[in-house]
Design a protein around this ligand. Structure first.
Ligand SMILES: Nc1nc2c(ncn2[C@@H]2O[C@@H]3COP(=O)(O)O[C@H]4[C@@H](O)[C@H](n5cnc6c(=O)[nH]c(N)nc65)O[C@@H]4COP(=O)(O)O[C@H]3[C@H]2O)c(=O)[nH]1
Length: 763
């Protein structure tokens, strides 16, 4: 032991070096205590005894890498009495021994130590061990290398902890990256199996109905066994896992052969030579049981505390993985399904149409899209409430789903719009309409919601690939166009797309653009038609009537463009313009010194239903400075009847503003007497159609007379429009009509002409 240590790179930091320098100090101390040569052997014994106490490996090898000195730790781990004279080739497998030999020869050759190397060895008991070793050259008094001294420390525990730590990190990464759940489970099981000797792991999941076993992963468990337990119903005595899921607590079965929990299944477990099965529930963050993590052992017995701790980590990670997958699945589901009806949604339609087109191309066939819109759904929603509307959609969706074939798909686009994708081939002689008839019939079956029974119909538009379009959006747009046509022709119908339809729609689009331009470039103007009091003969009011001065077509009458404006929503801004212009004009007449008259403005249903309509009327009055009592709004019967309750509410708000209200075209709608009583209106207007054949037509005469009586009974004034002749006027006066309007007095005329007329009649 008089040899010297070579220079170390970092003596202080290195445990091995510290050990070596402690040995040197001890040697020096021994030399001091036993100075005589006679004491030499005693010193050696003393030193050997001392190094034997060191728990790490400590040894000295000669230049041929044979042990000269080896302490008890390394000797015992190699299962020998002594290692002196042996080389690693006699202790380890060839590859390991060669590695050690090469390293040591390198140290001897270069004279440089090798520190903190991590090596794996198998000890005499067969245990794999991780060692942290350092090897240093030993020199004689002349500085020549005469061998190496080595130390090694067992770091197996630390390495296991590290690998566990790394394994956990890898698993969390797999979870975060959304790798398949079975892969995550398998990696988790392999990690645990690597740390708990002689066990086989398994992860089972609980089925969504919370009643059955579903295989998760068990990479080293018999596949046949796994198949046999798949789908078993959990319960109080269903082996370890079925019971653990049932109880929601760990079930540790130390001996499958005798434990009553395994009574019905022990033949299965014993068939795969398992004698013990320990199962722990996997839980969600909120504590819901999601499955089990189980370890099977070939030996009877219970898990160690260390094993239980590891499984605690495993069930935690498995829980995170399952919850993350469930969240992902539900996000996926929500992204592709409509929450109300559970039907696939638009994003799914795109995918399905794309693959249906591909399939049609492959077989040289076709594919059909049917766009479906419920008729009068808005009415149900408005009159019975959104809850009823939702219920109706759910019922209708389920019915439609029940009618289509497995090869077809149904998608809810939103609102009351659905699309059916018919992708399979038609039967011989079968038309698309036949396939869709059953859907229409199912929709039209009576529905009962909240104790009320009613029926809804639907309109369908059909587009066929490849004739009508080459992709989803083209086909959908054309099916939609056809559906609109089905609505136009009276609803409750199927319309197949045609190119004439497209032309018509195109033309409509152009008209719509023209209308927009007309509004922007003020191509509209108002004419006013006087209304005369039959008692005084005085012109007391005028009806404002819109006109369109079209740059090519000349003056266009409202009958031609108001319906389109209503359909497209342009009636909103057009109506606002009319209202503001009429108010301003009326105020201008007053300011010019004419006696005040009322200006009557037509209101369309869509305008009236706009939420801020009352505010817009108030703004038009405010802006023009016209007093509310000089404005009258003409509402049609059908407008009011679309949603009586809402209409009455709006009418009351308008009444509070101080404007007058009149019912236009009276007699053409269906207002019941009882509802008429509820309307805060001041006038009824007898429709022109009942006036034109007066007095000759006895039916019209009876109707006109009845409307006048009815109006008076309800304390309303009655005006007749479309009066063209003296005879009509006389009849109406005779029948007690209060006021008239019509060509007999004046055609609609522009503001200047009306001013002159008023001036004439007043002066
Ligand atoms: N044959 C005949 N016709 C007569 C006679 N006296 C008046 N008329 C016409 O009868 C219509 C009366 O208006 P309406 O019933 O409110 O019916 C109006 C009204 O519903 C709508 N309308 C007109 N202007 C507007 C408006 O500014 N806004 C809205 N929403 N609708 C309007 O367009 C409809 C048609 O308006 P116009 O073409 O101006 O047609 C006007 C008027 O020119 C007559 O003695 N004989």
């Amino acid at each position: 032991m008089s040899t010297q240590l070579s220079h170390l790179g970092n003596d202080e930091a290195d445990a091995t070096a510290r050990l070596m320098s402690a040995s040197e100090r001890l040697m020096a101390e021994a030399a001091r205590l036993f100075p005589l040569a006679a004491a030499q052997s005693e010193r050696t014994i003393w030193l050997e005894a001392m190094i034997d106490e060191v728990p790490d490996y400590l040894y000295f090898k000669d230049l041929s890498c044979r042990f000269v000195v080896a302490n008890r730790a390394i000797t015992a781990d190699n299962g020998r009495e002594s290692l002196v004279g042996l080389s690693d080739f006699e202790l380890h497998p060839e590859a390991t021994a060669r590695h050690f030999f090469n390293t040591e020869q390198e140290i001897i050759r270069t004279g440089r130590p090798m520190l903190d190397m991590e090596d794996q060895i198998r000890d005499a008991a067969g245990n794999l061990k991780w060692m942290l070793s350092s090897k240093l050259p030993v020199r004689n008094g002349n500085g020549e290398v005469i061998g190496i001294v080595g130390t090694a420390r067992d770091i197996t525990e630390r390495k296991l902890a590290e690998s566990l730590h790394r394994g956990q990190a890898d698993l969390l990464k797999m979870i975060a990256l959304g790798e398949p759940l079975t892969d995550v489970f398998s990696a988790l099981i392999l990690l645990i199996e690597a740390h708990v000797p002689d066990v086989t792991g398994s992860i089972l999941r609980l089925s969504p109905d919370g009643r059955h076993i579903v295989n998760g992963a068990a990479p080293n468990l018999d596949a046949g066994y796994c198949r046999l337990i798949e789908g078993l119903e959990i319960g109080p005595t269903v082996g370890s896992c079925g019971t653990a899921m049932w109880r929601g607590e760990p079930v540790i079965v130390a001996d499958i052969e005798t434990d009553p929990l395994w009574a019905d299944f022990r033949h299965l477990a014993l068939g795969i030579a398992s004698r013990a099965c320990w199962s722990w529930p996997i839980r969600s963050y909120q504590g819901r049981v999601l499955g089990t993590f189980a370890l099977y052992s070939r030996e009877t017995g219970e898990p160690s505390a260390e094993c239980t701790k590891l499984v605690g980590m495993a069930t935690h990670i498995a829980g995170i993985a399952i919850e993350r997958k469930e969240a992902e699945d539900s996000i996926q589901y929500m992204a592709h399904h409509d929450t109300l009806t559970g039907l696939p949604n638009r994003s799914m339609l795109d995918e399905r149409v794309a693959s249906a087109i591909e399939a049609a191309d492959d077989r040289g066939g076709s594919m059909t899209l049917a766009f479906i819109d419920l008729d009068n759904f808005k009415l149900v929603n408005d009159s019975l409430g959104h809850h009823a509307g939702d219920e109706l959609l759910k019922i209708v969706a389920a019915r439609m789903q029940g009618c289509i074939r497995a090869s077809d798909s149904i998608v809810r686009l939103g609102g009351d719009e659905f699309v059916i994708l018919i992708s399979g081939a038609m039967r011989r002689g079968e038309a698309v309409e036949d396939r869709l008839r059953s859907v229409r019939e199912a929709v039209a079956e009576p529905v009962e919601i909240d104790g009320r029974s009613f029926q809804v119909t639907c309109s369908m538009g059909v587009a066929v690939y490849p004739e009508h379009g080459r992709n989803v959006s083209e086909l959908l747009a054309r099916a939609d166009m056809a559906m609109y046509r089905a609505k136009e022709i009276g609803r409750d119908a199927v319309q197949v797309f045609t190119f004439e339809l497209a032309d018509r729609a195109h033309e409509k689009l152009e008209r719509q653009e023209e209308l927009r331009r007309a509004l922007a470039q003020t191509e509209f103007f108002l004419q006013y038609q006087p209304q005369m009091d039959l008692v005084t003969g005085r012109i007391f009011a005028v009806e404002a009537l819109i006109r369109w001065r079209h740059p090519e077509r000349g003056i266009v009458s409202p009958g031609e463009f108001i319906p389109l404006a209503e359909e497209t929503g342009l009636i909103g801004p057009i109506g606002d313009w009319t209202l503001r212009t009429a108010c301003r004009q009326n105020k201008a007449w007053q300011l010019s010194g004419l006696p005040p008259i009322v200006v009557s403005v037509n209101v369309s249903a869509r305008q009236f239903q706009e939420r801020d309509w009352v505010e817009r009327v108030a703004a038009a009055l405010e802006e023009s400075g016209l007093e509310a009592r000089y404005l009258e709004l003409e509402l049609t019967e059908s407008l009011i009847m679309e949603d009586v309750q809402q209409a009455v509410e709006t009418m009351h708000r308008l009444e509070q503003l101080g404007v007058h209200l009149a019912i236009d075209d009276f007699g053409t709608g269906y207002s019941s007497l009882s509802s008429l009583k509820r309307f805060p209106v001041g006038r009824l207007k007898i429709d022109r159609s009942f006036v034109q054949d007066l007095p000759g037509d006895s039916d019209d005469a009876a109707i006109a007379t009845a409307v006048i009586s009815l109006g008076h009974l309800l304390q309303l004034r009655v005006i007749a429009e479309g009066v063209e002749t003296r005879e009509q006027l006389d009849f109406l006066r005779e029948a007690g009509c209060d006021e008239i309007q019509g060509y007999h007095i004046s055609r609609p005329i522009d503001a200047m002409a009306l001013q002159a007329l008023l001036c004439l009649s007043e002066c």
